[in-house]
Design a protein around this ligand. Structure first.
Ligand code: BGC
Length: 334
């Protein structure tokens, strides 16, 4: 029980046997089991065995939904119509992933719609972590008959406020056979990244990926040039798309299991995070120690610090408007 609410795990299945488990704490996805090339089901995401571990302050956002603002807002402040708002500082003076008690620590209302779909709802009060306006949020999660998980996000507000929602699943497509994801092959449809300073706050510039370790325009092992990136990959890729259509953003293939993941999104950006801060101190499911690069995250999003970068795509939601985001994670084998 948390705040008099029982924490429950819900199971979704599709006709092919794909299994996805979700808890109402943080809307956290605790398991995604999909077949390997031999047809054997295996869980391909990092997770914990107990609720206590998910609630622990050292939980690095395994599998949860992130809000109100995915990634960083520099100096934990922004202005709307000349009024300055101050947020919780939880990352070197900035706000990361919505603050200490962001959406990842909230109790969501879950409505089961069918064997393969459910709705998550959370109403964030005015002043939540410093954000203005009541934000009414819902996420429809649907398993497809093509072994996909579709996430349709919607939010409305009663006062102008920044919104940038995403999901923070850590994937390891090998189902634990490879302790790290360094041999997974990644492709990202992005010709540039948003340049960041030492604290990972965008400077406002863009860096072309050509001739840099950030060039994933063709399939490349995640580990191949990772050592050349100080701290590892933790960057927002500017997707090569001119509209908010649902388009392919990234593909990841694991040669060991044959599993392949494709991510489609309506978002303009994608945070690729190579699990750099995992250090072996967390023990996950089946007593696995999560060492550095045990998993990777693909976080479809608007660009970090957009509320302070007027030339980035807009993240301010106004009353009367509806925020929408759709992302699809599709699994197959090759
Ligand atoms: C961020 C990382 C952060 C991690 C937390 C990622 O989305 O980009 O900087 O450390 O989340 O697990």
């Amino acid at each position: 029980m948390i705040n008099n609410t029982e924490i429950l795990e819900y199971t979704l299945k599709n006709q092919l046997g794909m299994v996805v488990k979700v808890i109402n704490y943080g809307g956290t996805i605790t398991e995604i089991s999909v077949p390997d090339r031999k047809g054997k089901l295996g869980n391909v995401i990092l997770g914990f065995d107990s609720l206590e571990d998910y609630r622990d302050e050292n939980n690095p956002y395994l599998g949860c939904f992130i809000g109100r603002y995915a990634n960083r807002i520099g100096s934990a402040s922004f202005k709307i119509d000349g009024h300055e708002y101050h947020l919780t500082q939880n990352n070197n003076g900035s706000t990361l992933h919505g603050g200490n008690e962001g959406f990842h620590r909230k109790i969501w209302t879950v409505e089961i719609l069918s064997d393969s779909s459910l709705m998550l709802r959370y109403d964030s009060p005015h002043g939540d972590e410093g954000f203005p306006g009541i934000l009414t949020t819902q996420i429809l999660m649907t398993l497809g008959s093509d072994n996909s998980i579709r996430m349709d996000y919607q939010a409305t507000t009663d006062a102008p406020t920044p919104v940038n929602l995403t999901n923070h699943i850590y994937f390891n497509l090998s189902h634990g056979y490879s302790p790290t994801i360094l041999e997974h092959k990644l492709t990202i449809a992005a010709d540039s990244i948003t340049t960041v300073d030492d604290l990972l706050i965008p400077t406002g510039d863009y860096t072309p990926v050509t001739n840099t370790p950030f060039d994933f325009t063709k399939p490349k092992n995640i580990g191949l040039e990772l050592q050349q990136v100080s701290g590892g990959y933790d960057h927002n890729f500017v997707l090569n798309k001119k509209s908010n259509e649902l388009l392919l953003a990234a593909t990841v293939a694991d040669p060991t299991s044959g599993r392949k993941l494709e991510l489609f999104t309506t978002e303009p950006g994608l945070q690729f995070y190579s699990g750099n801060f995992l250090d072996g101190s967390l023990t996950g499911k089946s007593r696995t120690a999560y060492v550095k690069h045990s998993g990777f995250c693909l976080e479809p999003q608007h660009f970090p610090d957009s509320p302070n970068k007027p030339h980035f795509p807009n993240t301010i939601l106004k009353p009367g408007e509806t925020y929408r985001q759709t992302s699809v994670f599709r699994f197959s084998v090759e």
